[in-house]
Ligand binder design. Structure first.
Ligand code: SAH
Ligand code: SF4
Length: 409
């Protein structure tokens, strides 16, 4: 059972609606100052105003220049005449029976407003002590992992830094995470974690961000980097880098720069321990096979027992779930500070794979645990609204009722 809400008014109220103006969301501080310089401010004032805007946009979540009370009225109007603080439009917002929440967001093309808009999905997963936002980096994906629904959708385009941040800002707004915000009361559980920081008190709905939505984040490196640097900026959204995880299927050349330049936690979609099988499941393996991938992991900047790499391993019946696979997994990861995340396969219409049985998953987890790895089995969340790992695809709304019911069952 899920509830679909009609949120057109809420979403559209947040949009300035002006076409053709430059968005300030997603600009680095120097770029923000430069944009202000371009409308006539001298360098010193541009820098000062950039700091004020930064605070309004990211810390207070304001989308209307008129509300920026420490900026003179005349200049607020100049800002509104030249710029916008756009957020995505909410096409649908669904709440799963387990409290998981999924948005279908729509973005206009940032460069050419006449291009057709694109749609992506963002998922919020509340747990007792944390709330995780699963963010998309691309519309579709260029890669074709055989067990992933997103992989069946061709890449439409990369999301801009502003669009990646727009997902976080809109989710924070809907979950009442900005100062003065109101928590939703529609049945979606929102945790009240303690000590998670933030100037709005000691609780936030969104405590963690994972780049595990649609797309391969390391194939949109510059925009993902910029968005995550802004999300972790202390004067803004202020998410600790240790609470941001970037998941990659294994774009080896970008792994070291990601650690050095972004400094977030790393997750690797491993899924197989032999090259012949990984070539089939995660075809990027043909380009960067296991040996090179694991070398890049060993060299990940900042890696330590306190900052481990998460290895994701989807449990596919009779494909990668034998005792021998588990033992080989342990052998491969020897010496890497690692966590192993066993993900029960989430089915989607048309897939040829099945999820391993729970006894098989338990046995696999036992072998991995016995070797000293924490290996939580990730409980599938939000399957009834198609929000679980690997199920995201913007066309899901157009699936037949029969297919949807089969999945909810
Ligand atoms: N493109 C990136 C991040 C997005 S996918 C990556 O591949 O890492 C997030 C995670 O869900 C990845 O580990 C992915 O392999 C996994 N996944 C994809 N399809 C799945 C499915 N049907 N069931 C369970 N996990 C899946
Ligand atoms: Fe793309 Fe990740 Fe899906 Fe592979 S698992 S197709 S990289 S989104």
């Amino acid at each position: 059972m899920s509830i679909a809400l009609n949120l057109d008014h809420a979403a559209n109220a947040a949009r300035p609606g002006a076409r053709g103006k430059a968005s300030l969301v997603g600009l680095s501080r120097p770029d923000l100052a430069a944009a202000l310089g371009a409308i006539g401010l001298d360098a010193r004032e541009a820098k000062m105003r950039a700091s004020q805007l930064w605070n309004w946009i990211y810390q207070r979540g304001v989308t209307d220049f008129e509300r920026m009370s420490n900026i003179q009225k005349g200049f607020r109007q100049t800002l509104a005449d030249n710029f916008m603080l756009d957020r995505p439009e909410i096409v649908t917002e669904q709440v799963s029976s387990d409290g998981t929440r999924k948005w279908l967001f729509r973005f206009r093309d940032p460069v050419n407003p006449n291009m057709p808009p694109v749609e992506i999905e963002t998922v919020y997963i509340p747990e007792e002590d944390r709330g995780t936002l699963c963010v998309s980096s691309q519309v579709g994906c260029t890669l074709t992992c055989s067990f992933c629904h997103t992989g069946t959708q061709k890449l439409v385009r990369n999301l801009s830094a502003g669009e990646i941040l727009g997902q976080i800002l809109m989710a924070r707004e809907r979950l009442g995470d900005f100062p003065g915000g109101v928590r939703p009361d529609d049945g979606g559980l929102v945790p009240a974690p303690r000590g998670s920081g933030g100037s709005e008190g000691d609780s936030r709905a969104i405590t963690n961000v994972v780049m595990m939505g649609m797309g391969e984040p390391l194939y949109n490196y510059e925009n993902v980097k910029q968005a995550l640097l802004i999300a972790s900026d202390e004067a803004g959204i202020s998410l600790s880098r240790r609470r941001i995880t970037l998941s990659t299927s294994g774009v080896v050349p970008h792994i070291e720069p990601a650690g050095r330049e972004i400094g977030v936690m790393l997750a690797i979609s491993l899924h197989a321990v032999r090259d012949d099988l990984r070539d089939m499941l995660v075809p990027i393996n043909k380009k960067w096979p296991l040996k090179e991938l694991l070398e890049a992991c060993r060299a990940y900047p900042g890696l330590s027992n306190a900052r481990r790499i998460t290895f994701e391993y989807v449990m596919l019946k009779d494909i990668n779930d034998s005792d021998a696979d588990a033992r080989e997994l342990v052998r491969l990861l020897a010496g890497i500070p690692a966590k192993i995340n066993l993900i029960p396969f989430n089915p989607w219409p048309g897939t040829n794979y099945d999820c391993s049985s729970s006894s098989r998953i338990e046995r696999f987890a036992d072998i991995v645990n016995a070797a000293g790895y924490a290996s939580p089995v990730r409980t599938p969340r939000g399957r009834d609204i198609f929000a679980a790992c690997g199920q995201l695809k913007s066309e899901t709304e157009r699936l037949s009722r029969k297919d949807r019911e089969a999945l909810a069952g």
